[in-house]
Design a binder for this molecule. Sequence first.
Ligand code: NAD
Ligand code: LMR
Length: 328
Amino acid sequence: MTAPVNVTVTGAAGQIGYALLFRIASGAMLGPDTPVRLRLLEIPQAVKAAEGTAMELDDCAFPLLAGVDVEDDAARAFDGTNVALLVGARPRGPGMERGDLLEANGGIFGPQGRAINAHAAGDVRVLVVGNPANTNALIAAAHAPDVPAERFTAMTRLDHNRALSQVAHKAGVPVSEVRRLAIWGNHSATQYPDLFHAEVAGAPAGVLTADTAWLSDEFVPTVAKRGAAIIDARGASSAASAANAAIDHVHDWVLGTPEGDWTSAGVVSTGEYGVPEGLVCSFPVTSSDGRWHVVEGLEIDDFSRARIDASVAELEAERDTVRELGLV
Ligand code: NAD
Ligand code: LMR
């Protein structure tokens, strides 16, 4: 057995936290041979609930779980952390504008970025789940100048998984037969799920992209607005599927993506596909040797370009807002 990996989960007493922690402890995220030590970070009012979850984790007697600590102090919660899952965020309240939300979250993700910079392990990897995930990741990274920017990522794996299922349903094939989808841009309604490079049952997905009415009026909006549809149906935002996507993201980041396929993740742009450097943007990515690599050289037609540009413009506007607020 190897030494335990320290995994910090913020917002641990929330809905996603409850769906996430047990799967991490079971080995679903880092594999069946890697013990984990969990650190649960919560605000003081929610510490008691997080302690209840810690008791339940104990009661599962997971062989891979080396310990659980509940903290309300970021310095302690990120001390020596190898994997940080930043789930806790300020939800949008009545009458709040996007700028108010970005400002409130700056107050969370700035200090957490600083604590990661000061206390985390040298190999720390950060996944931001809390919304607006891409710009929260930008804020956290800006406060962690000693951590390489490529270690800060935002979650668009849920969007990717949603797109996989939509295509599988349309084509009447199992999800495992759908490959090489891509989510571009922001984790928001402007995101662009791209089918133009996809394969279905080993063949190009051309038959699906040729159905332009389905593509632009059904597929793209269904994936992009799925988060809102779940909130409408459940009365709460997606939790188990979001936790599952976080598991998938970190699993593939650490252990690699399957040969011949790719996935999607929000990573810090180094200018790929004309996306301004420094934005945390979703791209098609592979992972090997513990690093994400943007899939390069894809042909982007006018249909895709317009949609990618619109989502990137939204990311730029969010970046400009947090700049004006002095958060990055
Ligand atoms: P929730 O309200 O159930 O839980 C959030 C938890 O975060 C609460 O327990 C709260 O006490 C805690 N929290 C707030 N501020 C904190 C701080 N400074 N430090 C530590 N903990 C803090 O929400 P949820 O359903 O678990 O969702 C969490 C976030 O994930 C939301 O922002 C949601 O919009 C987002 N989300 C993202 C995706 C995605 O695909 N990227 C998908 C679903 C949900
Ligand atoms: C989702 O995609 O399910 C969430 O990001 C929606 C939300 O706004 O919490």
